[in-house]
Design a protein around this ligand. Sequence first.
Ligand code: AMP
Length: 291
Amino acid sequence: MSAIDARPEGTRVVPTIAELRAVIADERRGGATIAFVPTMGALHDGHLALVARARELADVVVVSIFVNPLQFGPGEDLDRYPRTLDADVAALSGLEVEVVFAPTAAEMYPDGQSSTRVVAGEVGALYEGASRPGHFDGMLTVVQKLFHIVAPDVAVFGQKDAQQVFLVRRMVRDLDLPVEIEVVPTVREGDGLALSSRNRFLDEDERRTALVLSEALAAAADSAADGVDEALAEAVAAFGDHDGAELDYFVIVDPATFLPVATDASGPALALVAARVGATRLIDNRLIELG
Ligand code: AMP
């Protein structure tokens, strides 16, 4: 059997960069446009919403599944991060995905770690970057590599990771990358919990506790008309209602700069939250309207 696995549905699972490039070159020769969805696998309906959007945007859809060691710090959950390739490929069946790129870490980083990195800069050191030093350099480095390998016309990301979206857009602008960035709204459970590959780590109690993130964002949205201080106070108060959730940060940022808004700011702003529930770190965000 060839290393390029032809599935009945027509999805090819491609494990190497050379094969992926050959497949892409072939599609390009036929005049196809390409939409790309980078993921770390353990696919859920949030990922599938990105894939559905990608399907609308181009002739060929490429989904990458790669748990990128470069964006995990020491002591983070790289080892326990779920790896479920067969289930992921099955989840994509029916969505008309032409190619799944699923390289090993050795394929992506033959020298162990790449010594050349993309540097995320000032905003990359804030919020998620403050809690996870080096995370965004690692993320941008792999996204840059994937953009070079896949050479897509458009790449689709989730609003769930708002700081990631901001930094990817800025990298595209700063480095003149010839790719359009498309963003899909956060997909949630009926009770408000944002879908995440890490939700599967939550036990029943923790699953209930995890609602504190969306509740804090709702509290901020509801009180945003009264100003930044009030919105922050209400959001932090929501954490008082839940034992077992440890707030990491709750900030309100200017969507244009991703820097914290001034206390007298008004208009649209983005509320960002991160918290630890048991051993699991979760993030969420919501657009709010400051009064
Ligand atoms: P990940 O596999 O966690 O790296 O996520 C891959 C892509 O899926 C990123 O662009 C995420 O922002 C996006 N994503 C993750 N969760 C959701 C969600 N609940 N709704 C929409 N997009 C999501």
